[in-house]
Design a protein around this ligand. Structure first.
Ligand SMILES: Nc1ncnc2c1ncn2[C@@H]1O[C@H](COP(=O)(O)OP(=O)(O)OP(=O)(O)O)[C@@H](O)[C@H]1O
Ligand SMILES: [Mg+2]
Length: 465
């Protein structure tokens, strides 16, 4: 758990722990020393008191009757520091002694400290008697309160100094580590942007000697990724362009070679039919009709194939007109569907690869909706947009209210090639494609295609991120 914490928390926690241990040891040593200091003071006080009592007793016994010695001592004796003297008279009981006010530190000492610092001490009793008579005794006990308060005063002072310096050093360390590691937040954010495909992100130089090589490494990695991404886009575009060119050649062959041949066949079949009619040859006439019908079938297939290989409108009509043509065919073939088509009046001239990409997006998106979604309504829109990162874009949307994609909304569905080809095409012009659920059911395809004017087509395409 400690290992998973942020470095700054780990450092501060470790320092706090070290300080806490140091503080505990300091306190323990102070308390042990305090106990010794109090014991020394109390013992020396007790020794002084004993000597004082014996001396005063001997002196007083010479001048005073033995029975009056203890009251006399009560007037003259003054207890030294740290001890308490009690005079117990056999006849009169406990005699009050002159008290000396000891001004000590006015600390409130906690009970636990008093218990820890109070040393062991045995009461000292000095009997007072003469001629075999006992008149009472002098009792010396310890009074360490003042000494303990003094020691507590010192202990508390040292404790607070250590405590405050520990807190201050932990705070300074926290601030320092935080300041040093702050650039890592920038690194984290940059990594997240890189992961999202924004390869233009750079960190620049770091003033920290530790982080400078890491930042440099990140920028080198971004450079390499950006270059690889540009290569991939270029390659993809080349593949799509080659595919388009090949399809265009095949379409031309079909149109220019097959078309006239089929037409010739049709003319010849008509001639044979007419000859059969003249010769009144029923079998030949039937064969001629069969040939005519086969030729018509091949012509229809050829025409469909031509449209699939290369939409005739592309390259001949402006993109918007080609799209209007496409939607008109869709409307005619599917009159039961509610069509909401929103296209701009005009668009700037775009390279053919962009025109084909836009055209194929709508063609495949709508065909999929009709084939797989069985929708009651299809919405298609195309509009220009200014993107903060990618610049001017063509935003393409196809949405249906049909069944939606089963098995979740993956960007790449298994099965056919339609969506994969669409993605390749959009990728080749540096665009992006999102496939997801439409609001209230159905499927929604959204794409952003960089709007390059026709002369720009030779320029490097930038990946839209
Ligand atoms: N609008 C849609 N509504 C429901 N399901 C869809 C829709 N568009 C695509 N799908 C699902 O995604 C799958 C993949 O579509 P894709 O266009 O790649 O292939 P396809 O249409 O099955 O075949 P192809 O396009 O190659 O003729 C489809 O088979 C279908 O299950
Ligand atoms: Mg499809």
């Amino acid at each position: 758990m400690f290992g998973r914490m942020h470095l700054q928390h780990q450092v501060v926690l470790s320092i706090c722990l070290v300080h806490l241990i140091a503080l505990t040891l300091t306190t323990a040593i102070l308390v042990i020393n305090a106990r010794d200091a109090v014991r020394l003071e109390v013992n020396s006080g007790a020794k002084s008191a004993r000597a004082l009592v014996l001396a005063t007793l001997g002196y007083t016994l010479q001048e005073t009757a033995p029975s009056e010695v203890l009251p006399r001592l009560a007037e003259t004796l003054v207890a030294p520091r740290h001890v308490h003297i009690a005079l117990v008279d056999a006849r009169r009981g406990l005699l009050p002694l002159r008290e000396v006010d000891e001004a000590g530190p006015a600390n409130v000492v906690p009970d636990w400290f008093v218990r820890l610092a109070t040393p062991e001490f045995r009461e000292i009793r000095i009997p007072v008697g003469a001629n075999g008579n006992r008149y009472g005794y002098v009792s010396i006990t310890m009074a360490p309160g003042n000494e303990i308060a003094e020691v507590w005063h010192n202990v508390a002072g040292i404790f607070w100094i250590v405590f405050v310096s520990a807190v201050v050093s932990a705070l300074i360390l926290f601030w320092l580590v935080n300041r040093t590691l702050r650039p890592l937040d920038a690194l984290r954010a940059a990594l997240a942007r890189l992961r999202d495909g924004k390869h233009s992100v750079r960190l620049g130089r770091s003033s920290s000697a530790d982080l400078a090589p890491i930042f440099q490494g990140f920028d080198d990695l971004s450079d390499a990724l950006e270059a690889a991404e540009a290569d991939r886009t270029r390659l993809n575009r080349r593949i799509v362009e080659l595919g388009d060119a090949e399809r265009r050649t095949i379409a031309m062959e079909l149109h220019d070679e097959f078309g006239p041949c089929l037409f010739g066949l049709k003319v010849k079949a008509s001639a044979v039919a007419r000859a059969a009619e003249r010769l009144e040859d029923q079998d030949l006439a039937q064969d001629a009709v069969a040939i005519q019908s086969i030729v018509a079938q091949i012509q229809a297939s050829n025409s469909r194939l031509l449209t699939t290989l290369r939409p005739m409108a592309i390259g001949q009509l402006p993109l918007v007109d080609a799209l209007l043509d496409l939607f008109q065919t869709f409307r005619k073939n599917h009159p039961d569907v509610e069509w909401r088509v929103d296209l701009p009046q005009t668009l700037p001239d775009t390279p053919e690869i962009v025109d084909l990409t836009v055209y194929r997006f709508f063609q495949e998106g709508v065909t999929n909706a009709l084939r797989h979604g069985r929708p009651g309504r299809i919405t298609a829109s195309l509009f220009r947009q200014q993107d903060a990162d990618a610049g001017p874009l063509l935003r393409l949307v196809v949405e249906d209210n049909g069944l939606g994609m089963t098995g979740g909304m993956s960007d790449d569905t298994t099965g056919g090639r339609g969506l994969a080809a669409m993605r390749d095409r959009i990728d080749a012009v540096g665009g992006q494609l999102n496939i997801g659920p439409a609001e209230g059911g159905g499927t929604r395809l959204v794409s952003g295609v960089p709007l390059l004017s026709a002369p720009d087509s030779a320029l490097e395409l930038r990946a839209v991120s």
